[in-house]
Design a protein around this ligand. Structure first.
Ligand SMILES: Nc1ncnc2c1ncn2[C@@H]1O[C@H](COP(=O)(O)OP(=O)(O)O)[C@@H](O)[C@H]1O
Ligand SMILES: [Mg+2]
Length: 372
């Protein structure tokens, strides 16, 4: 089955002097999907979006919306609409006038028709009856929805969203996150969502493109991104992980699995990228995929509990490995089920995990502390 593509960028590059903000990026956004671009601050996310929206000219590369090359199409003629990080609403205008703003600029639509269209969209974003309210009289979440309505009323092929939730407090952000996802599913409009917040990207998206220093690292579903990171960066950026530096590949077991040694301890690992025996690797182990047993068991890695940080359904348990040649400690997300043993600080425990929990990538020097 071939999937219809709404937005496509091919070898997209943006340079300012010596700085390459976007470096040869290519991806396809399937029609009707929720597509996120995830990356740390200054990785080039906004620049990608601004090029698609037509506010920035690419140094190289092509952009397509609905199969049409848009490089030379003026911003206001592109079938997309940008929701800004700062919502850029008119605070003294009422909701209705904010929502019909784009329609009035477009022209050729009667006042009654504009109002009907606005009311229709306002109902979809749960703002029915607030037409006459001024923006300054709305809550943060309501303002968010007005900004969405103002874009959606223009019926864009794709809605471009640049971290629109980042100004909200945590609780509201959690609520809006789910709301936005439901809204997207209901409307069926293609959403292209930019964020540095992986919890948002993982929770909302059908597909996530991870970008770092302007380069595309991986494009995949949240599930694949989490379980099968394609690069060292994705493994360290997406989800929580234990990072053990400077291990060594002992042998390849099959085309996806290897055995690694770190501080004299052996572990099975998923091969994250092409590796050969002897390679210097970093090992990433998911805290929630580690099995913890009390006492010294016949197989597994022995350690001692140093800390237990209780967090309701589970605890984050810090285990110092006692048989490694170098000081190593591992965080374990310990689930408090009825079968789970009682644990205490200083207990001797045995940790074990399977291939799925551990990803091996060629070693990269960790960033120095304090630097961004
Ligand atoms: N107009 C500009 N002129 C020069 N450099 C810019 C300009 N806009 C952005 N940059 C630089 O490009 C890089 C990527 O910026 P941006 O796309 O805003 O990142 P993000 O949205 O991921 O935080 C940053 O280093 C930023 O300083
Ligand atoms: Mg940005």
């Amino acid at each position: 089955m071939t999937q219809e593509i709404d937005v496509s960028v091919v070898n997209l590059t943006k340079r300012w002097g010596n700085l390459t903000a976007v470096n040869n990026v290519s991806f396809d956004v399937p029609k009707g999907s929720f597509f996120s671009v995830l990356g740390p601050s200054a990785s080039g996310k906004t620049t990608v979006l601004r090029m698609i929206a037509g506010f920035e000219t690419p140094t190289a590369g092509d952009m397509f919306i609905g199969g049409q090359r848009i490089n030379d199409v003026p911003a206001n003629k592109r079938p997309c609409n940008l929701v800004f990080q700062r919502l850029a609403l008119f605070p003294m205008m009422n909701v209705l006038d904010n929502v019909t703003f784009g329609l009035r600029r477009r022209g050729g639509i009667s006042k009654a028709e504009m109002e009907r269209m606005a009311n229709d969209v306002l109902a979809r974003v749960d703002l029915k009856g607030l037409n006459k309210r001024k923006i300054s009289q709305l809550s943060g979440g309501q303002q968010q929805r007005v900004a969405l309505a103002r874009s959606l009323v223009l019926d864009p092929t794709v809605l471009l969203l640049d971290e629109p939730l980042s100004a909200l407090d945590l609780k509201l952000r959690q609520d809006m996150k789910l709301e936005l996802k439901r809204l997207q599913a209901r409307m069926g409009t293609t959403f292209m969502y930019i964020t540095h917040d992986q919890t948002i990207a993982l929770a909302m998206s059908d597909t996530v493109a991870v970008i770092n220093f302007g380069k595309l690292e991986q494009v995949a579903s949240p599930d694949i991104l989490y379980r099968e990171p394609a690069t060292h960066f994705v493994a360290s950026f997406v989800g929580e992980n234990n990072r053990l530096n400077h291990g060594r590949v002992v042998k390849l077991i099959d085309d996806q699995t290897c055995q690694v040694e770190i501080g004299g301890l052996l572990s099975v690992a998923r091969i994250g990228e092409e590796l050969a025996p002897g390679d210097d690797i970093d090992l990433f182990i998911r805290p929630e995929m580690i099995h913890l047993q009390l006492g010294k068991q016949a197989s597994g890695i022995v350690g001692q509990i140093k800390e237990i940080n209780f967090d309701g359904a589970h605890s984050l348990v810090v285990v110092q490995l006692t048989e490694s040649a170098i000081p190593l400690s591992i965080n374990v997300k310990f689930q408090h089920t009825e079968q789970a043993p009682a644990i205490a600080v200083n207990d001797t425990v045995t940790l074990s995990w399977g291939r799925a929990a551990a990803n091996a990538f060629r070693h990269i020097e960790p960033p120095t502390e304090g630097k961004e």
